[in-house]
Design a protein around this ligand. Structure first.
Ligand code: CAA
Length: 387
C-alpha cells in the first residue's frame, strides 16, 4: 500500500488578541506566572461574527483553494465547542465552500481529542479507497469563566487537514498508542458555554494518558524513543506539554532536553488553547520553522480530557518544504486586533451560543462570517461577495 497521511495543513485563528501582560496587570498577577509558569503569552479571541464554523471554513478554504475538492467525499469536523446539539458544524462549512453534494459530513466530540480521532477515521477511509481524500477540520473556542485560574488558558483557532494517499507533508504510520480512563478533569455540561476544569487533575490525567499511550505503542512494537526525532503535543498551555514530556523521558529512562520542544510551542504560546486544533497548530509550527525534517519521524500526542490520549507517529516526506505554508500563520497572528481587558470581557459575556434571533455586527476580516440567528437558525455568509 502506498503512503497515506497529511497532504496539506492550514491554520486560522480569531480576529482579536488579548495580551496576557494586560490580563496580569488587571488581575494583579506577576506576568512571569503566565510567560514562565504556564508558558503562554497571549490568546486569540473571536470577533462577535466569528465562531468554530467561520474559523474552520477559513482554514479549509486555504486547502480547497490549493487542491480543489476532487476526490473529497468526507468532511470530518472535530470540536468541543459545537454550535448546535444536532447539526454538524461541518455542514455549514460544506455550504460556505461550495463542496459537492456527494459528500458525507459528521461532527466528532471527545474534548480536545476529536481531531486525532478524525485523522484516524480519515486514514481508514483513504486506505479503503486511495482515490478519495478526506477533509478534516478541528476548530474550537476555549472558554472558561472569567476570574478563574483557567482564564489565562483560553484561546480560539482552527486547522484544516487534507488526508490523502501519497501525501506531500507527512506519512502517518499504522501503529499508534491508545489510552482511555474515566476522569473528571475537564467537562462541559449541556447547559454551559464555559468549561468546568480541575486544573491540577488535568495535568496528572494528561501525564497518565501520555505514558499509557506510550506503553501501548511500545507493547505493539512501536518505534524506540531515540528514533522519534521531534515530538509535538496537545497544549492547553505549553508548560503542560513540557511537564508531561519530562515525565515521559523519566519513564523511558532517557535525558530530557526541553529546548527540543520549543519550536512546537511557538504558535500555541500566542493563540492559546484551541482544544481539538492545538496539537495540529503545534505540528504546523514545526513544519514551518524547522528546515531539517526530511525523512524524520515526528511523535504527535493528542489528549482530550475525560480522558482519551493517542500517540501517533509520522514520517515527514522529503520535499515537505515546497508544500508547507511558511509565513501564513505568522501573518495571521500579526493581523489580529488587540483588545483591552474590558473589551475582551464584553465579548466573553456575549460569547455563548444562542437560539434567540440576533444580528451580528460586521467585524471579522476573515473570508466568512457568522451573520446572526434568524428563526432560531444560524446563518453564515462570505465577507466578500463572490465575483
Ligand atoms: N513566576 C514564574 N512562575 C510562576 C510565578 C511567577 N511569578 N507564579 C507562579 N508561577 C508558576 C507556579 O509555580 C506554577 O508552576 P508549576 O505548575 O510548575 O508548579 C505555575 O506558575 C502555575 O501556577 P499555579 O499552579 O498557582 O496556577 P493556577 O492555580 O493559577 O492555575 C492552571 C494554573 C492549572 C494552568 C490553570 O490556568 C488552569 O486550570 N487552566 C486550565 C487547565 C487546562 O487547560 N486543563 C485542560 C487540559 S486538556 C484540555 O485542553 C481540555 C480538553 O481536553 C478540551
Amino acid at each position: 500500500m502506498s503512503a497515506i497521511g497529511i497532504h496539506d495543513l492550514a491554520v486560522a485563528t480569531g480576529h482579536h488578541v488579548l495580551e496576557l501582560d494586560d490580563l496580569a496587570e488587571r488581575l494583579g498577577v506577576d506576568p512571569a506566572k503566565y510567560h514562565v509558569g504556564i508558558g503562554q503569552d497571549a490568546f486569540s479571541v473571536p470577533a462577535p461574527d466569528e465562531d468554530i464554523v467561520t474559523m474552520g471554513a477559513a482554514a479549509a478554504k486555504q486547502v480547497i483553494d490549493r487542491h480543489g475538492s476532487d476526490g473529497i467525499r468526507t468532511v470530518l469536523f472535530a470540536t468541543e465547542s459545537g454550535i448546535d446539539q444536532s447539526k454538524a458544524a461541518g455542514v455549514f462549512v460544506h455550504g460556505l465552500l461550495g463542496l459537492p453534494q456527494a459528500v458525507r459530513v459528521v461532527e466528532l466530540k471527545q474534548a480536545c481529542y476529536g481531531g486525532a480521532a478524525a485523522l484516524q477515521l480519515a486514514l481508514g477511509i483513504v486506505a479503503r479507497n486511495p482515490d478519495e481524500r478526506v477533509l478534516v477540520i478541528a476548530a474550537d473556542v476555549a472558554r472558561y469563566d472569567v476570574d478563574t485560574a483557567a482564564e489565562p488558558t483560553q484561546g480560539a483557532g482552527a486547522v484544516a487537514v487534507l488526508v490523502s494517499a501519497d501525501p506531500d507533508l507527512i506519512e502517518i504510520e499504522p501503529l499508534s498508542g491508545l489510552f482511555t480512563a474515566d476522569v473528571d478533569d475537564f467537562w462541559r455540561p449541556n447547559d454551559r458555554s464555559t468549561a468546568l476544569v480541575d486544573g491540577r487533575l488535568s495535568v496528572s490525567a494528561y501525564v497518565d494518558a501520555f505514558i499509557g499511550a506510550w506503553d501501548d505503542l511500545a507493547s505493539r512494537g512501536g518505534p524506540a524513543y531515540d528514533t522519534i526525532d521531534r515530538f509535538v503535543h496537545h497544549q492547553p498551555f505549553t508548560k503542560m506539554a513540557l511537564k508531561a514530556h519530562r515525565k515521559l523521558t523519566q519513564h523511558v529512562g532517557v535525558p530530557f532536553d526541553e529546548t527540543e520542544l520549543q519550536t512546537g510551542f511557538t504558535y500555541n504560546r500566542q493563540v492559546g488553547n484551541t482544544y481539538t486544533a492545538s496539537l495540529w497548530i503545534a505540528l504546523a509550527a514545526v513544519l514551518d520553522l524547522d528546515d531539517d525534517l526530511d525523512g524524520t519521524r515526528v511523535g504527535m500526542f493528542s489528549y482530550g480530557s475525560g480522558s482519551v490520549g493517542e500517540l501517533i507517529t509520522g514520517i515527514v516526506r522529503p520535499g515537505y518544504r515546497e508544500y508547507r505554508r511558511q509565513g501564513a500563520v505568522r501573518a495571521d497572528l500579526e493581523a489580529r486586533v488587540p483588545l483591552t481587558v474590558d473589551a475582551y470581557r464584553a465579548l466573553h459575556a456575549d460569547g455563548a451560543a444562542t437560539s434567540q434571533d440576533v444580528d451580528r455586527p460586521r467585524v471579522t476580516a476573515a473570508p466568512f462570517r457568522f451573520a446572526g440567528v434568524l428563526g432560531g437558525a444560524r446563518h453564515y455568509e462570505a465577507t466578500t461577495p463572490a465575483a
